[in-house]
Design a protein around this ligand. Structure first.
Ligand code: 8YV
Length: 320
């Protein structure tokens, strides 16, 4: 299909350079207000376009996909995770779904590592104190004591690109890395990451000081960190989640924080995003971030470029 005749609907505002380039190449409709579209608004946008460019804030369920206009042939997701899209329903309608993996690996791993450092060293708590006039009255030996990272064990759940990038970073802090994944990695990659495999997640959880969640959200990983599994953790262990909120049973986590049976949690994603379980706000040993692990200017630019390449490949008759 000639690129200029390819009609595209973009649900959110993207980096300016990406919007300009898309408009040069294709026939693009933007949702001008940068707000999440509801189902009727998405249906309206999907009525007469060839390609939809959604983001994590668009829930493209079966019902919506089934009522899409006949032109829709590609959903070019601006993002890595595709759990917001019913891929089976799309395929049944002959719609291809593409995403933007790789380009946000390093940024997401950096943020996970930042949280792995920040929580045990009480970085956010310290900053909050300094923002209050008069709260810091001077140094003392027992003031703001955290936990040392070197020698601790990090358990990575989901050892894809991001999990591996976290493992490589953790090694520089003398952290021992173990991982659980559906499939064991090739021994060469395990060696590169300095990570040892646990085929049994429960056994791994009992041994770690830090858990980092890096698996996708699928029916199999929904509430993977359930009340039962959270209870396997050592009472000082911390949980870092930069994957998807649904992987943790948030209420069960709040229960453990309330009883003091867990060391803390650093969460960038939430079960009912953008809503946050209000119980999580009550704890000093909880860091809450607004889904910003991949939020770098460079990353967003690369994601946009990848979306454009995916659309071009499709329009040229290839499979993105
Ligand atoms: C993105 C993400 O910002 O790509 C993902 O899976 O979770 C985020 O880092 C978001 O998806 C954009 O749609």
């Amino acid at each position: 299909m000639p690129h200029k005749q390819t009609r595209i609907g973009v649900t959110r505002r993207l980096p300016k350079e990406i919007e300009l380039r898309m408009s040069e190449l294709f026939d693009v409709t933007y949702h001008e207000a940068d707000t999440a579209l509801d189902a009727p608004e998405l249906a309206a946008m999907m009525a007469d376009i060839d390609v939809l460019v959604p983001t994590v804030t668009d829930r493209l369920d079966r019902q919506l996909i089934e009522q899409a206009g006949p032109r829709l042939k590609l959903i070019a997701n601006f993002g890595n995770g595709t759990d917001n899209i019913d891929i089976d329903a799309a395929h049944e309608r002959g719609i291809i779904v593409s995403n933007t993996p790789s380009v946000l690996t390093g940024d997401t791993a950096d943020m996970a590592m930042a949280l792995i450092l920040a929580l045990p060293r009480r970085l956010v708590e310290g900053d909050r104190i300094m923002h209050q006039e008069g709260a810091f009255t001077g140094w003392s030996p027992n003031w703001m004591l955290g936990r040392r990272l070197a020698g601790k064990t990090l358990g990575i759940v989901g050892m894809g690109r991001i999990g591996q990038a976290i493992a490589r970073r953790a090694a520089a802090f003398d952290i021992k890395v173990v991982y659980h994944n559906r499939n064991r990695l090739h021994p060469d990659i395990e060696a590169q990451c300095g990570a040892s495999y646990f085929d049994n997640l429960d056994r791994m959880l009992r041994e770690v000081d830090i858990v980092s969640l890096n698996c996708p959200h699928t029916p199999a990983t929904y509430h993977l960190l359930s009340a039962r599994r959270l209870a396997l953790l050592q009472p000082h262990a911390i949980v870092v989640n930069t994957s998807r909120g649904e992987v943790i049973d948030e209420d069960a986590l709040a229960d453990r924080l309330t009883s003091g049976d867990i060391g803390g949690a650093a969460l960038d994603v939430f079960e009912r995003e953008p809503a946050i379980n209000p119980r999580l706000r009550a704890f000093d040993n909880v860091i809450l971030l607004p889904h910003m692990s991949s939020a770098t200017m460079e990353g967003r630019q690369s994601m946009g470029e990848k979306v454009i390449i995916n659309i071009q490949s499709w329009a040229d008759g290839h499979r993105p």
